[in-house]
Design a protein around this ligand. Structure first.
Ligand code: AGP
Length: 606
């Protein structure tokens, strides 16, 4: 999932674009490129590798001009290389693109018949050629752009420069693109953190919107050429929030930001004296009619859904079905109109989750999204949205978004419970008391970071890890294993502890660290037997629990006692040391923690 930026103003564009591109690098970082208009010509620079490679090549003063585009790539069509890097040019038209053009092969074939020559293996390159094709037929540039957009199948966020007429065009369909409104200058970007240091006034483009920048003005039309209005939003994110703040990596900063992120996510929503949760942003239909709750997402957000199932079913006694969005969207799920579909997404732009939501909407379900990015597609297209207030999450491995998602799900349980009459004001007050203690308890866990780093040093050379937990701790260990895989590239598997004897126990030997998350709750004793089975096969146990237990303490290799809390909130606490363990192992191994290989922060294509 690529990152796009554009600038039209009175300042030199090159440095502005390169700096903004750096801030978008977490979206994709296998190659980058820039195009700057100056005195009637567009100068293009492209490099394989990270934005710094491009910076070295173009920030030498030769790329002058006050109008330009830049792009950082996550390859989908055509291997990472200079020729496949964006921008792509045909005639006097230059294009950068995020998304996938599904019908590019047919378009390319027809254009080749007309004599168009293609220099790259990308799907994107058909776009400037198609615009030229329509201009050759006598259309104006803007009519040619609109005709081209109508022919494209798939998803796109586009920046298009016309060399002859000095016009910049931005267009989007199913890929994120925003307009930044500055003082006498304009920006386009794939998301806000890229340009938050230049402006916090944004226009969130909708599907089929086209923005035209000429002579430092902007006008909005749709692909039919009709004038459209869009609101300018003021976003409360500060530049500092998009910086590392003295931490070595964004991921570590975001792990340590979790107490604040949760406090801010609770802010204004918990009404203790009334024993109530206030979600003014949602207008659910009669909750008593809710037949079934679906919770659908991808990756870390899906793990939050699995925890949501435990929280909702235990307290609301409404059946909850969770599903991975990429499966849900194609398996014809039996969704009915009295169902509530909850989609969870940090970025709000994950293609599979968007499609799953559309699928459920088609079947008449009410859609509620839990999202962290204002103006994102999932936030806008759901019937209601509840925002997590985690602030910008830059590290590709999601951390604070996960714990704030669980906090919102917990509050939503109280909100629904009260309206279903299964919880009264005192019940809600008691639960509010518990979640208000979480930020402080989390702070205590963060102070254990040095001893968790010690454990990381002890196990960093191991090639495989097994993570085990029961009940609500199973999705927590799934999340722990995912974190380790994502950033350290070490193979890690998570299982419900009761499943261990049915297979994974075969993997255990003295080389295999086995991470247990097992607070002292109704399944603790069962999990202790699993630990005995691991110990008797000389497996190395790292145990995260919430009460001192001398008996087992002497028999495991690493032992961490975390602050306790109620069952529903234990994942919010017990995931933190798993995040830290993964972080310290990856940092010690020297991997690119914030931008791990092959990954991207928001998966906007399926
Ligand atoms: C998590 O660390 C990963 N970045 C990935 O699994 C992520 O959770 C998934 O792509 C879903 O993203 P979303 O929450 O933005 O929809």
């Amino acid at each position: 999932m690529c990152g796009i930026v554009g600038y039209s103003g009175n300042s030199e564009a090159c440095d502005i674009l390169i700096e903004a591109l750096k801030r978008l690098e977490y979206r994709g970082y296998d190659s980058a490129g820039i195009a700057i208009w100056d005195k009637g010509t567009i100068k293009i620079g492209r490099k394989k590798g990270k934005v710094d490679e491009l910076k070295k090549a173009v920030c030498d003063g030769t790329f002058r001009g006050k109008l330009g585009l830049a792009h950082t790539r996550w390859a989908t069509h055509g291997t990472p290389s200079e020729k496949n890097a964006h921008p792509h040019k045909a005639g006097h038209v230059v294009v950068v693109h995020n998304g996938i053009i599904e019908n590019y092969i047919e378009l390319k074939k027809d254009l080749k018949k007309e004599g168009h020559t293609f220099l790259s293996d990308t799907d994107t390159e058909v776009i400037p050629h198609l615009i030229v094709h329509y201009m050759d037929k006598g259309n104006t540039f803007l009519d040619a752009v609109r005709a081209t957009l109508k022919e494209l199948k798939g998803s796109y966020a586009l920046g298009i420069l016309n060399e002859k007429e000095r016009i910049l065009v931005a267009a989007k369909k199913e890929s994120p693109l925003i307009v930044g409104v500055g003082n006498g200058e304009y920006f386009i970007a794939s998301d806000a953190p890229a340009i938050i240091n230049r402006t916090n006034r944004f226009i969130f483009l909708e599907d089929n919107d086209v923005a035209i920048f000429k002579n430092n003005t902007v006008r909005l039309i749709n692909t039919d050429g009709e004038k459209i209005e869009r609101k300018i939003h003021q976003v409360q994110w500060s530049d500092a929030m998009a910086e590392k703040g003295g931490y070595k990596h964004f991921m570590l900063k975001e792990i340590f930001e979790q107490p604040r992120a949760i406090s801010e996510t609770l802010l204004g929503r918990i009404k203790e004296e009334k024993g109530e949760i206030d979600f003014e942003e949602i207008n659910l239909p009669d909750v008593k009619k809710i037949n079934k709750i679906w919770m659908v997402a991808c990756g870390t957000s899906y793990h939050a859904c699995m925890i949501g199932k435990h929280i909702f079913e235990a307290n609301l006694r409404i059946p909850v079905e969770t599903d991975i969005a990429s499966e849900f969207r194609y398996r014809e799920p039996i969704v009915s109109k009295n169902d509530l579909l909850i989609v969870v997404s940090q970025s709000g732009e994950t293609a599979d989750t968007i499609a799953a939501m559309k699928e459920a909407k088609k079947k008449g379900a009410y859609t509620l999204s839990i999202c962290n990015v204002l103006g994102s597609t999932i936030a806008r297209d759901a019937d209601s949205v509840i925002f997590t207030h985690a602030g910008p999450e830059i590290g590709v491995a999601s951390t604070k978004a996960f714990t704030t998602q669980i906090s919102v799900i917990f509050m939503l349980m109280l909100y629904l419970g009260k309206r279903l009459g299964v919880l009264d004001s005192q019940d809600v007050r008691n639960h509010i008391l518990e979640i208000k203690k979480i930020p402080h308890k989390m702070q205590n866990i963060l102070e254990m970071a040095p001893s968790i780093e010690e454990a990381a040093r002890k196990y960093m050379q191991c090639k495989d890890f097994l993570y085990l937990g029961r009940g609500i701790h199973f999705p927590t260990v799934l999340e722990g294993a995912l974190k380790l895989k994502e950033i350290s590239y070490i193979h890690a598997e998570a299982y419900a502890a009761g499943e261990m004897k049915h297979g994974p126990i075969a993997l255990i030997d003295e080389q295999m660290p086995v991470v247990f998350v097992s607070p002292v709750d109704q399944t603790y004793k069962k999990t202790c037997s699993n630990m005995e089975e691991v110990i008797s096969r000389r497996g190395k146990i790292i145990l995260f629990t919430d009460k001192e237990d001398q008996e087992i303490h002497q028999r495991v290799d690493s032992y961490f006692v975390l602050p306790d809390t109620i069952y529903e909130l234990q994942p919010v606490l017990s995931v933190v040391p798993l995040q830290l363990l993964a972080y310290y192992i990856a940092n010690l191994l020297g991997t690119d923690v914030d931008q791990p290989r092959n990954l991207a922060k928001s998966v906007t294509v399926e």
